[in-house]
Design a protein around this ligand. Sequence first.
Ligand code: ATP
Length: 217
Amino acid sequence: MIRLENLTKSYPSKLGPQYIFRNLNFEFPTENSVAILGKNGAGKSTLFRMLAKSEYPDRGRVLTNKSMSWPVALQTGIHPQMTGRENTRFIGRINQVKSLTKYEKAVQEFAEIGNRFDLPVRTYSSGMRAKLVFACCINIDFDIYLIDEATSVGDPAFRRKARQALVEKNTTAGMIMVSHELDQIREFCTSAVLINNGSLKFFPDLEEGISAYMEEK
Ligand SMILES: Nc1ncnc2c1ncn2[C@@H]1O[C@H](COP(=O)(O)OP(=O)(O)OP(=O)(O)O)[C@@H](O)[C@H]1O
């Protein structure tokens, strides 16, 4: 269950507060993989950040009994002064990973950054950092993975591997995806939530959601 309760979210601006959502109540589907659709500025990323708890509503709340990943392409929570290994152990610990040694090994292998795993993350290239974060995320069993730009992590070979890992996860876990790439959405999602003028509509059938999205003026 992911429930949005009386959710209000605005951003301050010179023109006064800009409301993205006002007293929104919505039961977010969790039984399948959901695409969040909507035109530019509709509030997809804002909603996504609130689901991920990287941003909070002005009022109301997001209630869930599911474990959710952080957005896999997002690199918050990584400490640049700490090594890849130390970051991995830290992330493992706060996510209550059972065997830290096993987790550390799996992340090191997946991230393909060799012995730099033991160097501070501040010395990594942006691609290496992204690979580490992706590897940390995918090696934890979450109920739901939050995905934005995830398949654009790293070089082409790593992207293929990342994509494959997500396809595998998709068989056992749910996904919530924000992307303008319909091909990518069709590959991973079976249903859609369309955001329009601050309200949300669920389409159990992805293609119906895409059609409604395409027909929006
Ligand atoms: N940090 C911020 N400060 C002020 N306004 C913001 C901020 N983040 C988003 N907004 C505004 O909130 C609205 C929704 O933005 P959001 O990024 O969630 O839309 P989106 O649907 O993801 O758009 P896109 O498809 O263009 O990525 C926009 O009007 C945007 O200008």
